[in-house]
Design a binder for this molecule. Structure first.
Ligand code: F6P
Length: 548
């Protein structure tokens, strides 16, 4: 089945709907008209009109359960949104994703993250080659190194057992692993500490090195390109800090698509873990990029993470759109951003272990879909990715929930909560869950009933939408399912917007000026290649640098 030629897909992708702009589609017009009707109905009244509304608007994807009843949607809305998805050939695009089709159509590449968790399957063909043996070999290599470090049999250059692992990476080479490590701390080794060094700010480096010993620390340079300035600068300074060639050979590892660059840096060839060019950085947790996590939680738990993602893949591939969790999250989000003009989306995990999830989802959503040119090479007329933000609850209740309740913005929210906690303090957990459920209720209902007796500044309108994603417990498996859920949500959004979720040309320009500005900061003479305001900033820097 999955032997469609990539070239055929690329032709297919560019010809099927060339003649019609997205916003001119009949399905788009139907939704525009439908929005005017729906917008007039308070969420509270949608429940009044349908006593089984809650049951009709929940989805079960095995490890995860979604309540989307507190949204400005009816079954009619769902049907219209699914019609739009069908019009944009979403089924074929999903098929292409899982068949190594050229879904990354600007870089003429597949996106192979689903192959990395293609559990218990013997084949995944890419360019007519079965890549499963290579993926299995990589997992076996990760398993071997992870076990050596966890058992204490992998020693530093002075013969001492390793006590600390430092992941040196940024963006997709940091955010997924650090988020998952925080989420799965209950499963992590107590003897082998994992640290993350991402920022170029020397303060972070000093802070980390102060707690580490050169003899008992393994440094993993995580960089798909092996050219990211922050990562290479940190790695080079650490190389000097180790100050022993034997340490470099023994206590540096690398995860990269550029093997020779790692060897040239001085990494032992046996300590280099490959990542395929067709695995996007923000989709790479399942690859060797997850090595630090596998070392911390053990390979069995890492494979449970893969299993959870695989289960979500199966759900995504085989479920009708109106019962398909990633599809419904994507369509509801598009409903708000493109038909209600919502500009941001909040993710509020009421689980402290998921406190780094919003940061991970920011890159996944905004680096994937922060685009304005579609598959036809046209500037799109509609908005694309909303700004995604959030923080673990219940912090937000004491920071930004005021705006959520009484502000003028429409901000769709994903609440995420686990029914069972890893904490011994079960009473605390029940309060946390109560806060989560209470917030989504208050956002929906407001205080309309009492509003007439209240002064206007105390009135809370309600009618604010939210999803609630529930897991029985935060485990490697449920975390894998949650991450895959959002990966596929982002993919579906990109298909509806007809943009490429897998390139990131926009990140390069901001970096390109760094070299010449750095040169100007290091020397005092004017650099006539920088623009006037930048030169002014450089001048101010020179005037006051070395002043306390
Ligand atoms: O932010 C740009 C980016 O290229 C991301 O896509 C990537 O995850 C990150 O920088 C790090 O890139 P690398 O893994 O090549 O160091």
């Amino acid at each position: 089945m999955c032997r469609l030629e990539a070239t055929a897909f690329s032709r297919f992708n560019c010809t099927t709907i060339l003649m019609t702009k997205l916003t001119k589609l009949n399905e788009w017009a139907v939704l525009t008209q439908h929005q005017q009707a729906i917008a007039k109905i308070h969420l509270h009244d949608l429940f009044e009109q349908n006593p089984t509304r809650f049951q009709d608007h929940t989805l079960d994807a095995g490890d995860l359960w979604l309540d989307y009843s507190k949204n400005h949607v009816t079954q009619q809305t769902v049907e219209h949104l699914c019609q739009l998805a069908h019009r944009l050939n979403l089924n074929e695009k999903i098929e292409q994703l899982f068949c190594a089709g050229m879904v990354n159509f600007t870089e003429k590449r597949a996106a192979l993250h689903t192959a990395l968790r293609n559990r218990n399957q013997q084949t995944f063909y890419y360019n007519n080659e079965n890549i499963m043996p290579e993926i299995s070999a990589n997992l076996n290599k990760m398993h071997a190194v992870s076990e050596q470090l966890r058992q204490g049999s992998y020693c530093g250059y002075t013969g001492k057992a390793i006590t600390d692992i430092v992941n040196i990476g940024i963006g997709g080479s940091d955010l997924g692993t650090s988020m998952a490590y925080e989420a799965l701390r209950p499963y992590a080794s107590k003897k082998l500490k994992l640290h993350f060094l991402a920022n170029i700010d020397g303060y972070e480096l000093e802070d980390k090195l102060a707690k580490l010993s050169p003899q008992t620390t393994v440094f993993i340079i995580a960089s798909k390109s092996f050219t990211t300035l922050e990562t290479l600068t940190n790695a080079t300074t650490i190389k000097q800090w180790l100050n022993d060639p034997k340490a470099i050979k023994k206590q540096f590892m690398a995860i990269t698509a550029k093997r020779q660059k790692a060897i040239d840096f001085g990494i032992d060839a046996n300590h280099i873990f490959a990542i395929n060019d067709c695995v996007g950085g923000r989709f790479s947790l399942w690859s060797a990029m997850g090595l630090p996590l596998a070392i911390a939680i053990g390979m069995k738990n890492f494979e449970d993470l893969l299993d959870g993602a695989y289960a979500m893949d199966q759900h995504f591939k085989s479920t009708d759109f109106n019962k398909n969790m990633p599809v419904m999250l994507a369509l509801i989000s598009i409903w708000y951003s493109n038909f209600f003009n919502a500009n941001t989306h909040a993710v509020l995990p009421y689980t402290q272990q998921l406190r780094l999830l919003p940061a991970f989802l920011q890159q996944l959503h905004m680096e994937s879909n922060g685009k304005q040119v579609n598959a036809h090479g046209e500037i799109v007329e509609h908005t694309t990715s909303p700004v995604l933000w959030g923080r673990a609850g219940s912090h937000g209740q004491h920071a930004f929930h005021q705006l959520l309740h009484q502000g003028k913005h429409l901000i769709p929210i994903d609440f995420i909560v686990a029914i069972n906690s890893h904490s011994q303090y079960k009473n605390h957990h029940k309060q946390l869950v109560a806060h989560c459920f209470s917030q989504s209720e208050a956002l929906m209902l407001g205080n309309n009933k009492q509003a007439t007796q209240l002064a206007t500044h105390k009135q809370i309108p309600g009618n604010k939408p939210s999803n609630t994603i529930i897991m029985k417990k935060l485990t490697p498996r449920t975390l894998g399912a949650l991450i895959a859920l959002y990966e596929h949500k982002v993919f579906v959004q990109s298909i509806i917007w007809e943009i490429n979720a897998f390139d990131q040309f926009g990140v390069d320009l901001g970096k390109s000026a760094t070299a010449k500005i750095l040169e100007a900061l290091e020397k005092k003479q004017k650099n006539n290649t920088v623009c006037q305001p930048t030169q002014g900033l450089i001048d101010y820097f020179h005037r006051y640098t070395h002043h306390s």
